[in-house]
Design a protein around this ligand. Structure first.
Ligand code: CO
Length: 134
């Protein structure tokens, strides 16, 4: 297995600027990058906190996955992302074990990453992301 740690924690927010300011004030987080991903229906912002990252996600519409999450659960923790060397290999390993996946194949994530998601039903209730950062 080649999972090397937690790459980031994803947080669903309604207002990216307000969340950036809050995380800066509370935890000294610094805004690293910001990107609009039309195909995934989100605006993402990456914050650096020490050696780790927090990813803020604002939905671009109510019918997007994060929009539906916000409507039903409200702002807050959305997913945990595990850093891996090879997303496709980890997907094959998990699929081989019969694990329920959201993505059968890797796809483009925010900030130049390759990602795939594992269904919360398979993880005890937490949406898990596998992420490779070149
Ligand atoms: Co993420």
């Amino acid at each position: 297995m080649a999972v090397h740690g937690i790459h980031h924690v994803g947080i669903a927010v309604e207002d990216v600027d307000a969340a950036v300011a809050l995380y800066r004030e509370l935890f000294g987080a610094e805004l690293e990058q910001r990107e609009r991903l039309e195909d995934q229906g989100v605006e993402a912002a990456s914050l650096r906190v020490g050696d780790s990252h927090v990813e803020l996600l604002r939905p671009l519409g109510e019918e997007t996955p994060v929009g539906k999450f916000l409507a039903s659960r409200g702002p807050g923790m959305h997913h945990v992302a595990f850093r891996v060397d090879d997303v496709a290999a980890e997907l094959r390993r998990l699929a081989g074990d019969g694990v329920e996946l959201i993505d059968e194949t890797p796809r483009r994530g925010a900030f130049g990453t390759i990602v795939a998601f594992v269904h919360p039903r398979a993880t005890g209730g937490v949406l898990a992301e596998l992420v490779y950062e070149p």
